[in-house]
Design a protein around this ligand. Sequence first.
Ligand SMILES: NC(=O)NCCC(=O)O
Ligand SMILES: [Zn+2]
Ligand SMILES: [Zn+2]
Length: 484
Amino acid sequence: MSKVIRGGTVVAADRSYEADVLIEGETIAAIGPDLRGDQVIDAEGALIIPGGIDPHTHFEMPFMGTTTAETWESGTYAAVSGGTTMVVDFVIPGEDGLLVALDQWEERAARQACSDYSFHVSITGWSKTIFDEMETVVGRGVNTFKHFMAYKGALMVNDDEMFASFQRCAALGAIPFVHAENGDLVAAMQQKLMSSGLSGPEAHAYSRPPDVEGEAVNRAITIADAAGVPVYIVHVSCEQAHEAIRRAQHKGIRVYGEPLIQHLTLDECEYANPDWAHAAQRVMSPPFRDARHQASLWAGLQSGSLHTVATDHAAFTMEQKRLGLNDFTRIPNGTGGVEDRLSVLWTRGVETGRLTPNEFVAVTSTNIAKILNIYPRKGAIVPGADADLVVWDPKAGKTISAATQKSIIDYNVFEGMQVSGLPRYTLSRGEIVWGDGVATPRPGRGKFVRREPFQAVNRALSTWKELTAPRAVNRSPEHMPIGV
Ligand SMILES: NC(=O)NCCC(=O)O
Ligand SMILES: [Zn+2]
Ligand SMILES: [Zn+2]
């Protein structure tokens, strides 16, 4: 049965135009005026945009002595209700290595996911086994590896481990992702704050100031450049980090930057809230910053030095947050956002004139698809692409509330925010999974999206690095000192 989305304005990353969209099966069949289909989906007064892709989620992730409460089912259900049709989640290996962990993530996702999905695999140490397993991971359709420069004693890797892994990424045509904060400094400052009696969530922000992030971003970029590989910096939260990215880009270094919707719209005053629960719910790393840093992030999205807007959805319940009641270093780090990313970005970005609708599409979908090497199957409205589409109603609005959200946690960091711009319909590979305020996705319907290595930027950079590699000078004997 075919479907036609009728009467809307197609908004792509490069232009907007009035057209109907015809869907046959799981893909887009045609785009143009007056198309006919078996089922008509009304887009009158609305925009037709590519489904959102959230490149940064953590569903059912073991972390800081507990596990994120958001399941693959509840998380992807929340995602589609907010217009996101694909998530990319981080596999965190335990002692059994990368492949066992990837199997676990695949099993959970295949059983529960309502949206399509992919993975990044984390590198949390270095060994011959990891070196070998990385090739198998790439062969299984995962072309990104995550490195944590923070979380000392847990996930953190040091510089030589990162350099080894980045070189392996270069050889395999993969892209390293980096959580950039100086983990040694953070650990030392946490202890100093605790021993001076600062044990509440406000101390979390003091323990991770912007320079600690900026230094690590600069270091990660330096290591990536030496290894000859593009690098993607997750959750860029401050001017110092953005500045390091801009500076590198101006030197021709291939670096991508990802701000989060939380850092763009929520600020550090949240940690001063007299209610411990309110402040602890907002503990995430890096922490929220002030208006000056937020302005820098918005400017980066406008100018193109920052590329994507993600959520880092790592949702813990209030009961889990209470693990750090007397010690802020034990508050599980993470917040939610996968459900509200598009609406909040539309309201604070497009409605304010900071972003055009086309830039909105670029940073929530198209740019991500290009970086992950799945464009134009995802992130584009063209014939042959997956029919991951959102009928976006810019006039529809709501007040965000934990009481009505799909996420299973018991609070929402955007609580009380009035947003305009909501999905009227969300289609995932041609199936209506959200319509007229009702979500109907079947858990397990989501599919794994394979991502091939050696995207164009990897290839170009390898060519350049090969051309400019150090070379020995072959000297004839008459130019050598006598006796050599
Ligand atoms: N961001 C955060 O606080 N928690 C999730 C893990 C991570 O991405 O660092
Ligand atoms: Zn992180
Ligand atoms: Zn994360």
